[in-house]
Design a protein around this ligand. Structure first.
Ligand code: ADP
Ligand code: MG
Length: 246
């Protein structure tokens, strides 16, 4: 589904990704771990071209055989297929309902019943429906941080992506909200391919099948999550997992 070969990325003179190879099959749940500054966010953002204005790219990223960095691809469509959730919840300053249907409306969908259906379906999928069903026309900004983050997930789901990219989605949340967000992610596991950056090892082990360990722009180790956590091959991976740096 996603095939990355020899991916290098520069911000000016700074080489942030130094040759990443990665193969992700449909349905796989992958987490990326590693110290701050190792290029995890940059990698994730490369997949749906969120940083192509500021970075130089070498190497290839294929999505279903499509060269993601080809100049003439439809980046808007790409981002619908590869949805993204960021570290800080970033709902639009609009109602809950408008957040969900924003992209659909932009694409010309007008049928109220259809839009209502998508609102309910997306909010249910993000495990937020019961908390907000009576206030869909209230501002999204009035929700708690954890609810806003689940709303951002629902917003991404509304356009039926194949892949969800999540960049430390719980890093700004308190423990209770984090556990609700994890319930949401567990609920989504069966339906989506997910690639998530996290610093939380418990979260990584609960949600992922595979783990990639990034260090200084290299994907040092890639293996099943169980294997990486119990039997890491490299000393640096082992040190990181034991919490000695990061
Ligand atoms: P991580 O997510 O693993 O913490 P990042 O991918 O955010 O790492 O950053 C990797 C390196 O790239 C860091 O040194 C960071 O300062 C640099 N970097 C990230 N984004 C930009 C940018 N837009 N412009 C310049 N440098 C950047
Ligand atoms: Mg990051």
């Amino acid at each position: 589904m996603i095939k990355v070969t020899g991916l290098k990325k520069h911000f000016g003179d700074l080489e942030v990704l130094k040759g990443i190879d990665q193969h992700i099959k449909p349905g796989e749940k992958v987490v990326i771990i590693g110290p701050s500054g190792s290029g995890k966010s940059t990698f994730l953002r490369s997949l749906n071209r969120m940083n192509d204005r500021v970075a130089t790219v070498n190497g290839k990223i294929w999505f279903h055989g499509l060269d993601v960095n080809k100049p003439n691809i439809n980046v808007y469509e790409l981002r619908k297929n590869i949805g993204m959730v960021f570290q800080r919840p970033n709902p639009f300053p609009k109602s809950i309902r408008e957040n969900i249907v924003y992209a659909l409306k932009a694409d010309g969908h007008k049928d109220r019943a259809e839009l209502d259906r998508v609102v309910e379906e997306s909010l249910r999928a993000a495990a937020l429906w019961d908390e907000v069903k009576d206030k869909l026309d209230k501002s999204a900004l009035a929700l708690s941080g954890g609810q806003q983050q689940r709303l951002c997930i629902a917003r991404a789901l509304a356009v039926k992506p194949e892949i969800l990219l999540l960049d430390e989605p719980a890093s700004a949340l308190d423990p209770v909200s984090t556990s609700k967000l994890e319930d949401t992610l567990k609920q989504l596991r069966s339906k989506y391919t997910m690639i998530m950056v996290t610093h939380n090892m418990q979260q990584a082990s609960r949600i992922s099948d595979y783990t990639a360990f990034f260090h200084l722009g290299h994907a040092i180790e890639y293996n099943s999550t169980a294997e990486i956590f119990t039997n890491p091959k490299g000393k640096i991976t082992e040190n990181y997992i034991q919490g000695s740096f990061g």
